[in-house]
Design a protein around this ligand. Structure first.
Ligand code: ATP
Ligand code: MG
Length: 363
């Protein structure tokens, strides 16, 4: 390691440790290993010209995986913030698909066809960056498989360094046996070209008491049984009056909200999760509003599979964008049969909702 690399290695270690101290976190042994690996990556990036220049070979890509709430996103986000230079990009899974679908739709309007349209959209997304952090990577259907395969090819061809987090080890990606084989070439590429780091400590940090210092906006939200009583004392969060109903712009359409006030928007579960909405709508909402209230929340066991999936996506988006989320109604996770597989599909949601619950307890 030359002098510049050594300096960058030390700087990244310090940066990650200081961030943990500031939040009052004690890093798990698995996180410590990730800190070491991410600091080495920072050094490797510095050794190949930093984020300003491109020299070959590019540093090894990193794939961090583990169960929910192990602090993977925190690690890669903190790493990303601490990396000097501008040619870096962070993408959340949902942003990636929104950007690609938009790009492909635009290409369609320009009468450009199929694969070329996807390639162009991927090109635009990657731009001239040298490092891409892709948080919460997964793939669930044939469409995802095709887009992700092309993204990987582009990144590897262009020597862009990739850092991803996922709840799945590479071989477990695309769990649906109907589609798994479509993804096998990509899995093989990941296993060959990325260093795989297992961050499977025993603790879901979202289930611990809140950290001593600092808090996330998302975690300031709550799961509440009743709007009137429960929201008293939350400044600016009063139940909507009938005259407040309004259409709120979402993705290429407007959705009927019960109220929209400055930084807050209020929806019924029936509109936002049982209506034909999708992730781009939620992204449009959280880009405009810092607080989202959802009332009429039923136990998820009693709603449609699409309603459950939309709710899970909404919680994911709000958590990623640090939107304050108030859920009013029944306990969403009540009555889910242990062995039905539903609980496993809602793993990510359950972990995120635990953060809202602990906020209730502290109230
Ligand atoms: N060592 C730690 N001690 C306490 N809290 C932590 C620690 N590391 C991270 N956290 C916090 O725990 C929460 C979960 O972390 P994070 O979102 O990074 O998990 P994740 O592994 O990405 O989970 P998922 O797989 O569900 O996306 C965050 O609020 C994060 O700030
Ligand atoms: Mg995460």
């Amino acid at each position: 390691m030359n002098h510049t690399m050594r300096e960058q290695y030390e700087a990244m270690r310090r940066h990650l440790q200081q961030a943990a101290d500031q939040w009052g976190f004690v890093l798990s042994p698995e996180q410590d290993r990730a800190v070491e690996r991410l600091s080495l990556l920072a050094a490797e990036l510095a050794g190949t010209g930093g984020l300003f220049r491109r020299t070959h070979p590019s540093p090894r890509n990193l794939y961090l995986w583990g169960p929910v709430g192990r602090g993977k996103s925190w690690l890669v986000d903190t790493f990303f913030d601490g990396l000097p230079g501008g040619r870096k990009r962070r993408l959340h899974f949902h942003d990636f698909f929104r950007a690609l679908h938009e790009g492909v739709a635009q290409a369609g309007r320009d009468r450009e066809g199929g694969h070329r349209a996807v390639d162009r959209a991927v090109d635009e997304l990657v731009g001239d960056c040298r490092l891409l952090v892709f948080d919460e990577f997964h793939a669930h259907d044939a469409g995802d498989a095709m887009l992700v395969a092309r993204l990987f090819r582009t990144l590897l061809d262009r020597h862009v360094t990739l850092v991803t987090t996922s709840n799945y080890p590479p071989a477990g990606l695309m769990p649906d046996p109907l589609y798994h084989h479509l993804f096998e070439p990509t899995i093989q590429r990941i296993e060959e070209r990325m260093d795989i780091l297992d961050v499977s400590g025993p603790t879901d940090f979202r289930r611990l008491p809140p950290p001593a210092h600092g808090s996330r906006r998302f975690a300031e939200g709550a799961c509440l049984t009743d709007a009137g009583d429960a929201l008293r004392g939350e400044p600016g969060v009063e139940a909507p009056r009938p005259g407040e109903a309004v259409l709120v712009p979402a993705h290429h359409r407007a959705l009927p909200a019960r109220a929209a006030r400055a930084d807050l928007v209020w929806f019924g579960f029936d509109v936002l999760c049982e209506g034909t909405t999708a992730v781009p709508d939620y992204l449009a909402l959280v880009e405009r509003f810092g607080t989202l209230v959802l009332d009429g929340v039923p136990p998820l066991a009693s709603c449609t599979p699409d309603g459950r999936r939309r709710f899970a996506d909404l919680v994911d988006v709000c958590c990623d964008r640090d939107t304050r989320l108030f859920l009013i109604g029944a306990d969403p996770l009540a009555g889910l049969p242990e062995d039905s597989g539903l609980l496993r599909d809602l793993d990510r949601t359950a972990s995120r909702l635990a953060m809202l619950r602990r906020a209730d307890l502290a109230r």
